[in-house]
Design a protein around this ligand. Structure first.
Ligand code: ADP
Ligand code: MG
Length: 224
C-alpha cells in the first residue's frame, strides 16, 4: 500500500478518511489494524479486500496492481486470494453449519460431494464437526464465528481479512476465536485483524495503529 487516500463524498461534502497510508504485509504475517471507532479501519480493510477502491495511491496484491479492475477480474482475485470474516458472522440462518461452509464452494462450481467433504474437513479444523447439521440459531456466538472462519478457510485463500471478529463476543470467547486465528496463521496463512481492543491486538504479531486516517505506530508485538 502506498500513499493511499480515501474520501467519501456525501452531497457537496467530502469526508477524508484515509490520509496517505503506507504499509506492506509479507506472506505469513498476523497483523492487527488497531484504532478507535471511526479511525478508518474498515475503510482500509475493505480496500485491501477489493470491496472498495481508494481515490489515490497504489495497492499491489501478490505482485498485481489492484486498480481499475473490472468486476469479473476483481471477483477472480478476491476468490483466489482473500477470505473474509465479519463481526456479525454473516451466516445464512436457514442453512446448517456445513451448508454455510460449503456455499462459497458451490459458487466456485465445486461438485456437491467434494464440497460437502471439504465443509466437514474445515468444520473439524475449527472443532465443530459434531455441529455440522445444526442451524446458526442453535450455535453460540463463538461457534458461529468459528463456522464463519471455516467458511472463509474452505475456499483456501492466501489472506484472511477479519473485521472486528471478536466485536460481538465476550472476552473468553474472543480469546478462543483469536487462538483459532493464531493456529491458522501458524499453518501459514496471512491474516489481518481489525480491532479496537488492545488485548486482541496483542494476540497478533504486529500492530498497525490508525488514528484519524493515518498510521501513527507500526510495531512488532513481543511474543510472550
Ligand atoms: P472504523 O472501522 O475505524 O470504525 P470506518 O472506516 O468504518 O472506521 O469509518 C471511517 C469514517 O468514514 C467514519 O467517520 C465513517 O462515518 C465514515 N464512513 C465509512 N463508510 C462510509 C460511507 N460508505 N459513506 C460515508 N462515510 C463513511
Ligand atoms: Mg469498522
Amino acid at each position: 500500500i502506498k500513499d493511499l487516500h480515501k474520501s467519501y463524498q456525501m452531497g457537496s461534502n467530502s469526508l477524508h478518511v484515509l490520509k496517505g497510508i503506507n504499509f506492506s504485509v509479507e506472506a505469513g504475517e498476523l497483523v492487527a489494524i488497531m484504532g478507535s471507532s471511526g479511525s478508518g479501519k474498515s475503510t482500509l480493510l475493505n480496500i485491501l479486500g477489493m470491496l472498495d477502491e481508494a481515490n489515490e495511491g497504489s495497492y499491489v496484491l501478490d505482485g498485481v496492481p489492484i486498480k481499475n479492475l473490472n468486476e469479473t477480474k476483481a471477483a477472480q482475485y478476491r476468490n483466489k486470494f482473500l477470505g473474509f470474516v465479519f463481526q456479525s458472522f454473516n451466516l445464512i440462518n436457514y442453512k446448517t453449519a456445513a451448508e454455510n461452509v460449503a456455499l462459497p464452494l458451490y459458487y466456485q462450481r465445486m461438485p456437491r460431494k467434494e464440497r460437502q467433504e471439504k465443509a466437514i474437513k474445515y468444520l473439524e479444523q475449527v472443532g465443530l464437526k459434531d455441529w455440522a447439521t445444526h442451524l446458526p440459531s442453535e450455535l453460540s456466538g463463538g461457534q458461529k464465528q468459528r463456522v464463519a472462519i471455516a467458511r472463509a478457510m474452505a475456499a483456501e485463500p492466501k489472506v484472511l481479512l477479519a473485521d472486528e471478529p471478536t466485536g460481538a463476543l465476550d472476552s473468553k470467547t474472543s480469546y478462543e476465536v483469536m487462538d483459532l486465528i493464531q493456529k491458522i496463521n501458524d499453518a501459514g496463512n496471512t491474516i489481518l485483524v481489525v480491532t479496537h481492543e488492545p488485548d486482541i491486538a496483542d494476540m497478533c504479531k504486529r500492530i498497525v495503529h490508525l488514528k484519524d486516517g493515518v498510521i501513527v505506530e507500526d510495531k512488532k508485538v513481543k511474543q510472550v
